[in-house]
Design a binder for this molecule. Sequence first.
Ligand SMILES: Nc1ncnc2c1ncn2[C@@H]1O[C@H](COP(=O)(O)OP(=O)(O)O)[C@@H](O)[C@H]1O
Ligand SMILES: [Mg+2]
Length: 247
Amino acid sequence: MSDSRVIAVFSTKGGVGKTTTAVNLAWQAAADGHRVLLWDLDPQAAATWLLSVRQKLRGGAEAVLSGERSAAKAIRETSVEGVDVLPADASYRDLDIALDATKKSGSRLARVLKPLRDEYDVVILDCPPGASLVAENALRAADVVLAPLAPSLLSLRSFDQVRDLLTEDGRDAALVAFLTMVDRRKRSHRDAADELPSRVAEITDIVVPFTVVAERMGEKHAAIGAFAPRSEAAKAYAALWHRVARA
Ligand SMILES: Nc1ncnc2c1ncn2[C@@H]1O[C@H](COP(=O)(O)OP(=O)(O)O)[C@@H](O)[C@H]1O
Ligand SMILES: [Mg+2]
């Protein structure tokens, strides 16, 4: 098998659906027969929790990124066939400091991933919000950066921030952005969904609706495709996976 494809789910903003996207994409990729690793890079550990993997209290992230502990040992299986998780833990809060202390601090994560690239077809990075050293590492390791956008014309600003970060030192990852939490009853959401994809090449016309099934992921500890396969959101995430796989 060839090298895995690394997808960073990233935004400078919090609460825009990154983790929801990372988990649903992981599920869809596995449903298509790929071996998937989801690396939870957010100290809030929402992806780890959604996939019912126990969060480590201490020692994980720092040790893995410093090379002290092998990432392979920190990886856990999930109840989803084909999806493994590298769980987040509280130490990810100090990750910027830990990374700063290592040499080539911007490419640590890519180096840690290297030996894993034979074992997984797809690696999904669930990033914390903001432009941090962790984000820099994730963006540098990524083949594709997937950016969820809030359904507003203002989201063009966060899109530009993501694009700027990517172009900063000539990183050549493909950028795919999409609107999520779209409520078509709202005029501003309709405007954004109708206008942005035609205005900006990187914004796909795949739209994830605002829906209670996204919130039910927490109760089910599962991806939407597993418990509501016919929902519009499940279909949107399936389409998004296929779009990213082509990018
Ligand atoms: N399509 C959606 N419809 C409704 N709620 C959503 C949708 N996507 C995500 N949410 C909810 O929004 C909140 C933030 O989502 P999350 O994926 O955790 O964002 P982030 O990782 O960017 O902080 C969560 O409570 C999640 O359940
Ligand atoms: Mg998150």
